[in-house]
Design a protein around this ligand. Structure first.
Ligand code: SF4
Length: 319
């Protein structure tokens, strides 16, 4: 298992305009400072603009989705008769092929090509449906790579969604490099073991289901076991962990300090758990204290739990 702070560059796809490239319909960009500054130290971005790849040019007339939200058509806003769907789709396929080695993707919100969700789809009356849809590239990306962590630039402004996305990107990267690139049952069990407490924090049901799955893993061929595990694991950690479930997991981890740490120190640590549960401090407070004592007094097993450091701490995502 890698030292998390030594993981330097994780390949992550990004809508080119979010990266700061001037590829939007009006020749501008939609650069995200969070993506360019905070996350760039560990993400090796690969930028794509499906509309430019499809040859629509810069600048270009604005486009929109029309028809049924589940299967819309791409048109120019001012010329809804001109169907641009196939032109865009022909550019999407080569981009999707290049995404096979990625561990995450950041999409531009609201775009008829890149928007992940809540994209307006217009009726023939000119009014949008109440039901929103996904951009054509985003939809194709999610269908082709259902386990890939995908998020929109706007949603990354929310600290909880940002933390969850980055955690999933690192988990996807770890699964790809530690299990899929050297597939064997031993590596899968090692991976699962290192994510045990993180899984418990995010989804108790999946934590139990995946544990049972691996208990009888020797009975199933690896070729079918790995995709099933990967799908269920990535879906499980997408569920945000509540303050209550973090406290539950931290208390479990405290059990490893029962004999090695004085009772008054344990009381102080438990006090920070309660402050966190009540919303008086952020997760970083109890985690820093807990990690400090686990690093000093904890067993090898508990020190390697990725729950304690699921991504490099200097990203400051638990602050
Ligand atoms: S949203 Fe997507 S298609 Fe539109 S300019 Fe940005 S990268 Fe290109």
């Amino acid at each position: 298992m890698n030292n998390i702070n030594e993981v330097i560059e994780i390949p992550v796809g990004i809508s080119a305009c979010v990266m700061g490239e001037e590829v939007r319909f009006n020749g501008g960009h939609s650069q995200s400072r969070i993506c360019r500054n905070q996350l760039a130290s560990h993400f090796n971005y690969q930028a794509f603009c499906p509309e430019v790849a499809a040859g629509f040019g810069i600048p270009r007339p604005t486009m929109r989705l029309i028809g049924e939200p589940e299967s819309p058509t791409l048109t120019y806003t001012k010329d809804p008769e001109q169907d641009l769907t196939e032109q865009l789709k022909s550019a999407i396929q080569p981009i999707l092929k290049k995404c096979s080695g990625l561990d995450g993707f950041i999409l531009k919100k609201d775009s008829p090509s890149c928007g992940m969700e809540r994209v307006k789809v217009y009726q023939s009356s000119g009014y949008p449906h109440a039901q929103r849809g996904s951009g054509l590239f985003a939809k194709a990306l999610m269908e082709r790579y259902p386990n890939l962590p995908i998020e929109e630039d706007g949603r990354l402004n929310d600290p909880c969604l940002r933390e969850n996305f980055v955690m999933r990107v690192f988990a996807h990267h770890n699964f790809r490099t530690e299990v899929l690139e050297q597939p064997c049952l031993h590596n899968l069990i090692q991976f699962h073991s290192s994510y045990k407490y993180l899984l418990m924090a995010h989804n108790q049901t999946a934590y139990k289901t995946l544990g049972k799955m691996l208990a009888v893993a020797h009975l199933e061929p690896l070729e079918s076991l790995l995709p099933t595990y990967h799908q269920q694991f990535m879906a499980a950690i997408k569920t945000p962990a509540s303050r209550g479930s973090h406290c539950n997991v931290m208390q479990h981890i405290m059990g490893y300090l029962k004999r090695s740490v004085d009772s008054h120190v344990r009381r102080d640590i438990l006090k920070t758990f309660e402050q966190y549960r009540l919303g008086e401090v952020n997760l970083i407070a109890p985690m820093t204290l807990l990690s400090h004592y686990i690093n000093q007094k904890g067993s090898e097993y508990i020190r390697t739990q990725r729950y304690l450091e699921p991504y490099p701490s200097h990203l400051g995502l638990r602050n």
